[in-house]
Every structure is written in structure tokens, then in C-alpha cells.
Design a protein around this ligand. Structure first.
Ligand code: CP
Ligand code: NVA
Length: 306
């Protein structure tokens, strides 16, 4: 069966654990090595990954590209203007054709439906590099980062403050698969996906949804925030008013556990969802988190193409 990496709720806990273990051991094995050198075993030699970007990216683009090179493979980057999509070619036909040339396809798109259409017609593994609904590759790097600072996530409490967006949904899926308790504080109009919350609770996750950031961060080991305006959003001004009380600042961090960490998938907007003193301060893990995108992508790629 083709191994797609589409969403955290589509894969079982053992598979996700295996991907993380592989990411961690590859990270350890090449500690201190120049970035441009390959891993010893070259598991993806002769393989090509096509990367479709309907929306911009820094981390996802570069971490997949460098990851493929370190694994011995190659990449082709296809920005939206490079393809025939804007001239009426369907995603279905694009998937059929790319599957004749490359071994796997990573896609970042503003519509989850476009990902579904690609998956339905591609005959090679497809990786979700973010949609308007989810960001599963980010969640893998985030869990890896959280585990690096203190063992398994199962005993941890994670607090989310802000928009109940695509990244929040992947954190919700992850609560069922990795066992952390999740406390989400979101304004009512920007509540997290009820489908995701119901699914996660039905699969044993401990999830609280509140409108109070203070309540969410109490006893948290990790506080997470994300942009107030995601790439697929257009209601800029309303969002800033609604989300102002959800800013993660020192006052909010002080309500969490004394050794709590701060995470953010980046790109960040200092003075909006997080203050500069938090994201640039001693509790912030954002640079390790960004680095771990690379290692986590390698775990995902070797699983998909293994
Ligand atoms: N976190 C993340 O996905 O970053 P990019 O949008 O830069 O890829
Ligand atoms: N929620 C953000 C995440 C960016 C990586 C967005 O979708 O723009």
C-alpha cells in the first residue's frame, strides 16, 4: 500500500513513534557533521521528491530539500506559477503526471480538498506540508522537540493560546496519538475544529477547550502560540481585536509551570501572538523546533519511501 503522510489522525501511534525514533536516531548519528554531507546509509539514493507550493514557505521548503539531500535523494521545487494549475489543469491530472516522474510528492496548499484530490489520483506517496486544515509535519517536529527537553510527552500538559487553526488541529490529533493533555484557549469565533476535538476525545485524549488563556496555561509544561492571521485567512482586522487577549507574554508564562517552555511553529509576529521577551527569552524552544523540522522530515521521508 502507498504510504501517504497526510494527517496525524490517519496514522496509528506505533507508526508515528517509529517515524520519531528514526528522526531522533538520524539526528544523533550526524551530530556535528557538516550540513551538506549525506547520512551514511543513503536510504533515498535514486529517489526524487517533487514539492508543490501553492503557498509560501521557509522551513518546510528548506527542511524537505536538505533532508532529501542528506538521505541521498533529489528534489524538484514547483511553486504555483511553475505549474499549469492556474491555466485550468486539475490537481488530479497534475498528480497523475507527476507520479510518472517522481517517487513522492510533498504539497503545501490553501485548501485541504486540493490535497485530497491529489492523493486520490497520485500513485506515489503524498506528504501534507500544510493545508488550511492541518500541519502534521509541524506536529512531528514539535513533539520531537518537547521530548528532547524531558522524556515522553505522555505526562505533559500543553497549552495553546490563540486561533484554533490548522496547527492547533494537528496538536489536537497529536494529543490522542502521543498522550499529552491539551488545553486550548481560543476566542469563540475562532474555536478549534469540533470534529478534531471529538475524534481525539473518542481516542482517549484529554482535551479542554476554553476562552481563557489563564485557565489554559495553569499547570502547563509547554505554551504554544501561532500567527493570528494564517496564510489562508483574510479577515485581518477582526482577528487582531479578537486575539489581543490571547497574546503570550511574560505574565501569561508566569502562570504556567516555572520550567514551562514556549513553542511556535514560525513565522512569528513579535508584539502580536507573542511578545519579543518570550520568544527571544530563555523559555523559548523555537530554534530547536525549527531545526527539528529537518530531522522529522527525514523520519517521514524514509517511512514514506522506505
Ligand atoms: N512552520 C512552517 O511550516 O514554516 P514555513 O511556513 O516557513 O514552512
Ligand atoms: N497557521 C499558520 C502556520 C504557518 C506555518 C498558517 O497557516 O499560515
Amino acid at each position: 500500500m502507498t504510504r501517504h503522510f497526510l494527517d496525524i489522525d490517519q496514522l496509528d501511534a506505533d507508526t508515528l513513534r517509529g517515524i520519531l525514533d528514526s528522526a531522533k536516531s538520524r539526528k544523533q548519528a550526524r551530530a556535528g557533521r557538516p550540513k551538506g554531507t549525506s547520512d551514511d546509509d543513503l536510504p533515498l539514493a535514486g529517489k526524487i521528491l517533487a514539492m508543490i507550493f501553492i503557498q509560501p514557505s521557509t522551513r518546510t521548503r528548506v527542511s524537505f530539500d536538505v533532508g532529501m539531500r542528506q538521505l541521498g535523494g533529489q528534489t524538484i521545487v514547483l511553486n504555483v506559477d511553475d505549474l499549469q494549475l492556474d491555466r485550468g489543469e486539475t490537481m488530479a491530472d497534475t498528480g497523475r503526471v507527476l507520479s510518472r516522474y517522481v517517487d513522492a510528492i510533498m504539497i503545501r496548499t490553501k485548501s485541504h480538498g486540493m490535497l485530497d484530490e491529489l492523493v486520490a489520483h497520485a500513485t506515489v506517496p503524498v506528504i501534507n506540508g500544510l493545508t488550511d486544515a492541518t500541519h502534521p509535519c509541524q506536529l512531528m517536529a514539535d513533539v520531537m522537540t518537547l521530548e528532547e527537553i524531558g522524556g515522553p510527552t505522555a505526562d505533559k500538559v500543553v497549552a495553546w493560546s490563540g486561533d484554533g487553526n490548522n496547527v492547533a488541529t494537528s496538536w489536537i490529533h497529536g494529543a490522542a496519538r502521543f498522550g499529552y493533555a491539551l488545553r486550548l484557549a481560543c476566542p469563540e469565533p475562532l474555536s478549534p475544529s469540533e470534529t478534531a476535538v471529538d475524534w481525539a476525545r473518542g481516542n482517549g485524549a484529554d482535551i479542554t477547550v476554553t476562552q481563557s488563556p489563564e485557565e489554559a496555561v495553569r499547570e502547563a509544561d509547554c505554551v504554544v502560540s501561532d500567527a493570528w492571521v494564517s496564510m489562508h485567512d483574510d479577515q485581518k482586522s477582526d482577528r487582531h481585536n479578537m486575539l489581543a487577549p490571547y497574546q503570550v507574554d511574560q505574565r501569561l508564562m508566569r502562570l504556567a509551570k516555572p520550567d514551562a517552555v514556549f513553542m511556535h511553529c514560525l513565522p512569528a509576529h513579535r508584539g502580536e501572538e507573542v511578545t519579543a521577551d518570550v520568544i527571544d527569552g530563555g523559555q523559548s524552544l523555537v530554534w530547536d523546533e525549527a531545526e527539528n523540522r529537518l530531522h522529522a522530515q527525514k523520519g517521514i521521508l524514509t517511512w514514506c519511501l522506505g
